[in-house]
Structure formats: C-alpha cells, structure tokens
Design a protein around this ligand. Structure first.
Ligand code: ASP
Length: 588
C-alpha cells in the first residue's frame, strides 16, 4: 500500500496512529535540529517532522529533498506544539520513521503556491504543475460537482444522456467549422460539431423524449476571455413542450445547481423574464447585468433639436446613465472614460457629461449649446441629484449606440463596486427577433440558429416583413453573461424550407446541407425544443473567475494554441500523402 491516509484527513483524534502518506514536497524548513516538510496531495497538506537528534541519517536524507519530490513516509501522528488553525490538519504533525523517495523532481519553473510567480504562458506550458495549485484544482473540483449534480438532476427528471458523434457534416450555426480530412474518402471532410443541434433534434424524431449530453463543441472563432475553440455544453432537448415548459425545467436545474454546488438558495420566485426589446432599451444589451440599476434614459426629446449641438441633432439615439456620486470626477477621469468609449472595441464618437453641482445647477460639456432650462430638463429626466454625474452617448444607429452605452454602464458599475462576484442576478431574455441583418453578408441571418421556430402569431409576417418576426427563443443570463440559450424548434419540413429560403439558401443548397433534417421531419416529428448551457462560462461564474480558462484542465491560449502540447503543429508529409492533401500555403 502506498498510503494508508491522505494528506488532508488527519486530525487531533488520530494522534498516536501510525500512518503512511504519499505526496509531493511543498516546502521544507530547517529549524535548529529539526526539519519540517509540508507534504501535499490533492486532499491537503500535512506537516512532517524529522529530528536530527533522534535519527540523524533520516534527517540528513530529508534535508536533501527538493521541492516537488514525490515521497512516501511512515510515521506516527503527533499533536503539534504550535498549532496552525489555518490548515485543517494544523493540529497534528507526523514524526517520520521511514522515508522513501518515489521520484525526484526538477525545480519547477514557478512556485506551486496560491500566489505564484509564473506568468500565464509559463503556467499554461507547464499546466500539469499549475493544476497542482490548490486554487486551480478547486475550480476543477467545482466543475466536477457541477456536472455530477446536473447529471443526477436531469436523470431524476427522466432525461437520457446520449452521445452524438464528433465527426459530423457541417451544420453552420454562425461560426466557422473545424474540418477533418477523411483518408477513406479522399477530398472529403468531416466537420467537428459546433453543437449537436440537428442530432438532438433527430433524437426527438426518434422518440427519445428527453435528451441531454455534456458535450464538446467546436467553433473556429476569434477568441476572447470567455471563448475557447473547443468548449463544453450541457446540451438538452425535450419533446412535446412549449417555451414555458423548457424554461421551468431549466430554471429548476439552475436553482438546484446554485443550491448544491454554491450553497445559494435562489428562492421560490421564478426568474425575471424580459423581452429582448426591453433589455435593449433599458440596458443596451441582450444579456443585461441586473446586479445593479443605472438604467438607460432615452434623451431624444430632451436634447435633440433643443440646442445647437449638431451631433445630437443628427442622432438616431441619445441615451444617458446616471452615475451616483461621481460629479467629483476629475478632468483626467472623464478623459479616461471618453477614451474608453472612443476605443476601437467600443467605437463611440465621443462622450458628453453633465455634473449636478451642490446647488442643483448643471455643468456639462455641452453647456454652450443648450440653455440652462434644457440642462435642468436633462437633470429631471435622469432623476439626477446633486453629486451625480450624467454620461451621455449618441449615435446614428440606435442599437449600436445603445451597445456603446452598455459598455460604459458596465465599466461604471465595476468602478462603483456594483458588480459583486458573490451576488447573482439571473433572468431570461425572451422574444428575440428571428433574424438580424448582416452588413457583411448582405442578407438576413438567424439570430439564434436556423432551426428556431418563429412565434406562431408571427408566421404570416415571414412573407411580408421577415425582419419583424419574433422567435420562440430564450437566453438565460447571469450577471451579464449568457449562460444558456435555446428555442422551440421548427418541426415542419415546409416551414423549415421557408426559413432556409429567407436565410438565402437555394432549395438545392438547403437540400444538400439539411436534407437529412427536413426528410426526418416528414416521418412524424414531435413538437420539440431545448437549450444548451455553456458549462465553462457557468462554472467560471460559480468560481468567480474572470476567464473561462481557469476552469478548463487544458485550455488553449488566445491564438487557439495548446502551448503545452504545442498544437496545432505541422504533420508528416506521409500523413498528408495518405490523405491526398498537398499544402499550398500562401505567404510562406
Ligand atoms: N445549439 C444551440 C447553441 O449551441 C443551443 C440550442 O438551441 O439548444 O447555441
């Protein structure tokens, strides 16, 4: 037996027992004739003691142990003279009688401690060492618990966990596919699934009734802090359901997860449901962070055409937020805010501000264009009080300007400490538009995906004004993050063909790409709907992380590389030959 106990379980009650432990040398200290070693494994840290006086040869060997050596020790559990109440095992130590070095270790390239000196790249290159750090390991433990609780909850409701293939055909869901060449079918390629969307729908046609899967999805997109080229979904689908059924089921799952994984009771109240148009109007976002207010106030009536400010006079949208108590912001702080909204990522033309002074008068950056009366109307419209700072964004395209104001709102929310990571605000955003116009593609695109059903009452609009059609789609939002999304699906071949047509598919192309689905719908498809959670995002919210990377064992970096495996990489010519692929790389 390598060990009789782990490094995390011994307590004062165990004093006197003889135990064998195995683990890694976290740290060693020499004090007088004693050597103390912290021995670490997944479960915790236990202090080992070697005494020069009682066993000099053993103590000499202990003094030679380096950081991260793997050792096995036998010894008796003894009560500590100076206890450490910060460690669960802090009441005891092991008086070691036998030491066995199982493996030596090179000095690790960074310290394996809570606060490490390793930068991101180094930690990712040696991720297996990084994962030895308790704070990183805890994220994986949380993720495990999240998955187990999801499985048991969905199982209790009769969901079946069914695997779907990873080598599939391309079913675009708005992102680029990763493709895999087929040796047995030269010149042909599989695509890795962007999600199991069509397959889970086929499982409904197959009568599976309730499906779920914790599944990898692959999207070849530009990466950001909350995106990875491969990520995990909790993917679900149900038959004979309406939107309300799906929402209720997954609201219950979410409450269960908060309770069992985070110990947070979200109460009996259903989550707020907010139509997309309201979310855009009040917060400029389809995933509003509802931990704080600072709602938008539309100021078109107040500021457009009521003064000489040309920017406002030609705007399609003017909106403001009121930052409580920020009237004392310095010129420099205001310049910072202006630079933020004008940065290329945000793209606003500028920022107008107005301070409410102690005497109630308004001092703004556009004073010369407006009379004091107009500025007082602005103050009233914003319900601003002395000490407040009004920040205003305008634009010629309303939703774009709203999104810019949304970024500013989030920044001010963070600055004012209103975005506490231990507070959770959940809601459903519903009634999404079915389509959105893409300037790049010059066509309507599915806002969710092409299999989403329109609201039944809007079906006639498909022929006359498709841009006005509302979808039977819903997103679950937590703290400004879209943690899940889904829809009631189309289950009728004719309606599905019509949607493909609106999306710009010729009947031939639609048949070629989605014929399998439309055919299946001809064989008795039940009404169905579902949703998928982004597991990585949800877990990172639970763990209070800024990036999803830290809850993934082996994540990729921002250029999609696994720096530990050094992937992607070139392959042998022989492999390419077998695939009958010749490389013609440009710019090389
Ligand atoms: N397949 C969708 C997605 O990945 C989720 C769904 O509609 O169930 O976003």
């Amino acid at each position: 037996m390598y060990r009789t106990k782990t490094c995390g379980e011994l307590r004062i009650e165990n004093v006197g027992e003889v135990v064998t432990l195995a683990g890694w040398v976290q740290r060693s200290r020499k004090m007088g004739g004693m050597t103390f070693i912290d021995l670490r494994d997944r479960y915790g840290i236990t202090q080992l003691v070697f005494n020069q006086e009682t066993d000099a040869p053993l103590c000499d060997r202990a003094n030679k142990l380096g950081r991260e050596y793997v050792i096995q020790v036998k010894g008796s559990v003894s009560e500590r003279f100076s206890k450490n109440d910060k460690m669960p095992t802090g009441d005891i130590e092991i008086i070691v009688s036998e030491l066995n070095v199982l493996n030596e270790a090179l000095t690790p390239p960074f310290t394996i401690e809570e606060q490490t000196d390793g930068g991101d790249d180094l930690r990712m290159k040696y991720r297996y060492l990084d994962l030895r750090r308790e704070c990183v390991r805890q994220n994986l433990e949380l993720r495990h618990k999240f998955c187990i609780e999801t499985r048991s909850f969905l199982d209790s409701l009769g969901f079946l966990e069914i695997e779907t293939p990873v080598l599939v055909g391309s079913t675009p869901e708005g992102a680029r596919d990763f493709i895999v060449p087929s040796r047995m079918n030269p010149g042909q390629f599989y695509a890795l699934p962007q999600s199991p969307q069509t397959l889970k729908q086929l499982l409904m046609v197959a009568g599976m009734d309730k499906y779920f899967q914790i599944v990898k999805c692959f999207r070849d997109e530009d990466l950001r802090a909350d995106r990875q080229p491969e990520f995990t979904q909790i993917d679900c689908e149900m038959s004979f359901v309406e939107q309300d059924d799906v929402i209720k089921t997954f609201e219950a799952l979410t409450k269960h997860l908060f309770k069992t994984v985070r110990g947070i009771d979200l109460g009996e109240e259903p989550f707020l449901r907010m139509p997309w148009s309201e979310a855009m109007r009040r917060f400029g976002s389809d995933k509003p962070d509802m931990r704080f207010g600072m709602e938008f106030v539309e100021l078109m009536d107040v500021l457009k055409g009521t003064g000489e400010f040309g920017v406002f006079n030609s705007a399609a949208y003017i909106g403001g937020i009121c930052a409580k108590g920020c009237a004392s912001y310095t010129r420099k702080q205001l310049d910072e805010l202006t630079n933020f909204v004008k940065s290329p990522q945000i793209g606003a033309k500028g920022l107008v501000y107005a301070r409410i002074q102690d005497d109630g008068t308004v001092k703004s950056s556009v004073d010369k264009f407006y009379t004091p009366e107009v500025l007082l109307r602005l103050k009233t419209a914003m319900q601003a009080e002395p000490g407040d700072l009004i920040l205003i964004i305008s634009g010629e395209e309303a939703n774009r300007a709203r999104k810019q104001l949304c970024e500013l709102r989030l920044l001010m929310g963070s600055r004012l400490g209103l975005r506490d990571k231990n507070k959770f605000a959940l809601l459903w955003v519903v009634d999404f538009p079915m389509f959105e116009w893409s300037d790049e593609e010059q066509r309507l695109m599915a806002m969710h995906h092409p299999f989403t059903s329109p609201k039944p009452e809007d079906i006639p609009l498909l022929d006359t004004d498709p841009a006005k059609v509302c979808a039977n789609a819903y997103d679950m939002v937590c703290n400004g993050v879209e943690v899940g999304g889904g829809s009631i699906r189309i289950h009728d071949a004719v309606l599905q063909a019509k949607i493909f047509k609106i999306l710009g598919f010729t009947p031939e192309k639609a048949q070629e790409q989605f014929g399998f689905l439309m055919n299946a719908f001809k064989y008795g498809a039940p009404p169905h709907g579902g949703l998928a959670y982004g597991l990585d995002r949800f877990v990172s919210l639970f763990a209070g992380l800024d990036s999803i990377r830290d809850c993934i064992a082996f994540p990729k970096n921002n250029s999609g590389r696994d720096v530990m495996l050094d992937a992607p990489s070139a392959v042998d010519k022989k492999q390419l030959d077998e695939l009958q692929i010749a490389l013609a790389l440009r710019n090389q």
